[in-house]
Write a protein that binds this ligand. Structure first.
Ligand code: SF4
Ligand code: SF4
Length: 192
């Protein structure tokens, strides 16, 4: 995939409204550790995550947007730029940010049956001004930079597809036992 003319203006549009941000186990791990939690379950208890219909009709975890005074991600922080324009920052930026947000405007499409793993350019929000800005993103660089996280995500989907009857262990786990998420995934792959 060639370089794409795009630069994020931090307008925050894609972090608000009716967007649905589904997260994988590694995203949950990063989010929970960022908040200093002991167990991923606390993210559901304190209303940061909710289960909702996602891929294949499965109930999967996604970020629960706040509804008042308008709908926005609980990790979004609003601020003003030097010309008093409203900007939106992600408090998880950069290393704790969910992979789907980190990749945007690239969208990853995985088909485990067909063994395909493709990236597409999709505007994160219909009103996104990113295409009109100076600057480029290089999909190949992004893939190299995020190699480890992309591998975690494939392994998450493999576990999900082989445990469709009860995948809850993928979002209900201790955040204290292991300091490296790879160890958690490897343990699941061995034991489940
Ligand atoms: S809508 Fe586009 S420009 Fe605005 S924050 Fe999202 S990616 Fe950036
Ligand atoms: S996690 Fe960050 S980038 Fe993703 S929707 Fe929330 S504020 Fe936006």
């Amino acid at each position: 995939m060639d370089r794409i003319k795009f630069s994020c203006t931090l307008c925050g549009e894609c972090c608000s409204g009716s967007m649905k941000v589904f997260v994988n186990s590694h995203d949950i791990y990063k989010m929970g550790r960022f908040l200093g939690l002991k167990h991923s379950r606390e993210l559901f208890q304190n209303k940061r995550l909710i289960l909702d219909k996602g891929q294949n009709g499965l109930n999967l975890p996604r970020i629960l947007f706040k509804e008042e005074p308008f709908s926005f991600c609980p990790f979004l922080i609003n601020d003003f730029d030097e010309s008093e324009g409203l900007r939106g920052f992600c408090s998880l930026h950069l290393i704790h940010k969910p992979l789907v947000c980190r990749l945007a405007p690239l969208y990853r499409e995985i088909d485990l049956l067909e063994k395909t793993d493709d990236f597409h350019f999709i505007l994160p929000h219909p009103g996104c001004p990113g295409k009109e800005q100076e600057g480029f993103i290089d999909p190949e660089n992004e893939r190299k930079e995020l190699e480890r996280e992309l591998d975690f995500e494939i392994r998450y989907y493999r576990l999900l597809s082989s445990h469709e009857e009860d995948p809850s262990f993928l979002w209900d786990f201790s955040l204290e036992d292991k300091d490296d998420f790879d160890e958690i995934l490897t343990q699941w792959e061995k034991e489940k």
